[in-house]
Design a protein around this ligand. Structure first.
Ligand SMILES: CC(C)(COP(=O)(O)OP(=O)(O)OC[C@H]1O[C@@H](n2cnc3c(N)ncnc32)[C@H](O)[C@@H]1OP(=O)(O)O)[C@@H](O)C(=O)NCCC(=O)NCCS
Length: 158
């Protein structure tokens, strides 16, 4: 598996991974509620995913194995993880761990002293186990039960 910058040609497959990840893995968040899913998925189209990398303030990464996209990760520079979705077929193989590690490396290289993100209920335990702490009050997004503002102070930060 390699993790690399997404290209415009990745948009369709990356979008499919993001949508499958939300629909199939995030039921703790959307509880199979069609209204929540509709709101959550509304901006997950190939055209919009293609705009998530602008080559300047935002990076979009894909984890790829044998030509298939296993995960999609996004960074708003310097230090906000905005996207982190794994394909259901690649779950629990270390793919999201590798993606987050790469996003953290990129953020450090851009001078970030801390990383911020908004975690799903589904991924909350994953981020806690990787050194992220809750900051602020969980708030529902798209009508989900809770999204957790989290951050991780990187070496050199306070
Ligand atoms: C939870 C999730 C992020 C883990 O990513 P992954 O690529 O499947 O898993 P990895 O192999 O890299 O990491 C496994 C970790 O997931 C966590 N985990 C294990 N079982 C879990 C479960 N049933 N549910 C949720 N998290 C679980 C643990 O922290 C585990 O690592 P640890 O045992 O070393 O602490 C992923 O499976 C998922 O559900 N993604 C859905 C999309 C999402 O919510 N993204 C976050 C947006 S902010």
């Amino acid at each position: 598996m390699i993790i690399r910058d997404a290209t415009p040609g990745d948009a369709e497959a990356a979008c499919a991974v993001v949508r499958a990840s939300i629909i199939e893995l995030c039921s703790a968040d959307h509880r199979d509620n069609p209204d929540i899913l509709k709101r959550w998925l509304a901006n997950k189209t190939p055209e919009i995913v293609a705009t998530w990398a602008d080559g300047q303030g935002r990076s979009l990464l894909v984890a790829v194995e044998d030509g298939a996209i296993l995960a999609v990760g996004g960074l708003a520079h310097p230090g906000e993880i905005t996207v982190n979705y794994v394909s259901p077929q690649a779950r629990f193989r270390g793919v999201s761990s590798a993606m987050v590690a790469e996003l953290e490396r990129r953020a450090l290289a851009l001078g970030a002293l801390e990383i911020a993100l908004l975690s799903t209920e589904t991924a909350h335990r994953f981020y806690l186990a990787r050194g992220y702490v809750d900051v602020g009050i969980p708030a529902g997004k798209f009508g989900t039960a809770a999204s957790y503002p989290m951050r991780k102070v990187m070496a050199g930060g306070r």
